[in-house]
Write a protein that binds this ligand. Structure first.
Ligand code: ADP
Ligand code: ADP
Length: 227
């Protein structure tokens, strides 16, 4: 569904973050990019929604070269979740979740309905929806981040270290939740983590990246464990 073809990213200072990456993220399921800090995971993820542009190579979504689509149009179908949720502190949970459908141009009523539905999907209450981010726990804030990504009804959700800042018990709950959401909604998730256990727990396919932005392996957890 998402295909990297010989993708290289060299930043302006000469750093090669991703080196000749080719892989195909299958439709549905969870594909995890794992590897040590600095191996190009975030850069790879951000090339999917054109926050970062490849230096060479191309990325196809449903067979279509994404560089030919306006980034804003592409992002209509791609949700994005980051480590510390990235919530606006002075907006309520509901207002935070509404930002994505509002950015997509939906009218206030439709955006509000979508936000309420997304908040419910991630297991938060309508009472929590009225609070401000600082009034929620770290794990609940991450749920809000996931709700915001889902509120625009995406087909693909990109997640960058979504659970690394929460404690291990909450992390387990969130992982289970993400798996359930992936299955219920039939979305395709691409997730970045430096945690191999998380990759093995959640990944249907795992891309193991190494220093210099090389792809070392692209396999299922069973295949990786067999080695
Ligand atoms: P990871 O997500 O695996 O930690 P990144 O994709 O963030 O890796 O970074 C890969 C490499 O590219 C690192 O060496 C990092 O320092 C470098 N890098 C990331 N963003 C930039 C940037 N905007 N300019 C220059 N170098 C960058
Ligand atoms: P950081 O540098 O802290 O990782 P970014 O600059 O990547 O943060 O993003 C800033 C904020 O914008 C985040 O809260 C992120 O959720 C939001 N954002 C960025 N790109 C998108 C996108 N394509 N779709 C939805 N939200 C986005």
């Amino acid at each position: 569904m998402i295909r990297f073809e010989d993708v290289t990213k060299r930043y302006a200072d000469g750093t090669v973050a991703v080196d000749d990456l080719s892989l195909e993220v299958p439709r549905g399921g969870i594909t995890v990019l794992v590897g040590p800090s600095g191996c190009g995971k975030t850069t790879s993820l951000r090339m999917i929604n054109r926050m970062v542009e490849p230096t060479s190579g191309r990325i196809l979504l449903e067979g279509e070269d994404i560089s030919r689509r306006p980034a804003a149009q592409l992002r209509r179908h791609i949700g994005y979740v980051i480590q510390h949720a990235g919530l606006f502190p002075h907006r309520t949970v509901l207002a935070n979740v509404m930002t994505v459908p509002r950015l997509l141009g939906w009218d206030r009523g439709k955006a509000r309905a979508a936000a309420i539905e997304a908040i419910e999907k991630v297991g938060l209450t309508q009472d929590q929806a009225k609070r401000y981010p600082a009034q929620l726990s770290g794990g609940q804030q991450q749920r809000v981040g996931v709700a915001r990504a889902l509120a625009g009804d995406p087909t693909v959700v990109l997640m960058d270290e979504p659970f690394s800042a929460v404690d291990p018990i909450v992390r387990g709950d969130l992982q289970a939740e993400v798996r359930r959401l992936q299955q219920d909604l039939g979305i395709t998730i691409v997730m970045v983590t430096h945690d191999i256990d998380e990759a093995l727990t959640l990944g249907d396919k795992i891309a193991v990246m190494g220093y210099g932005g090389h792809l070392a392996q692209f396999a299922s957890p069973a295949e990786l464990l067999a080695e």
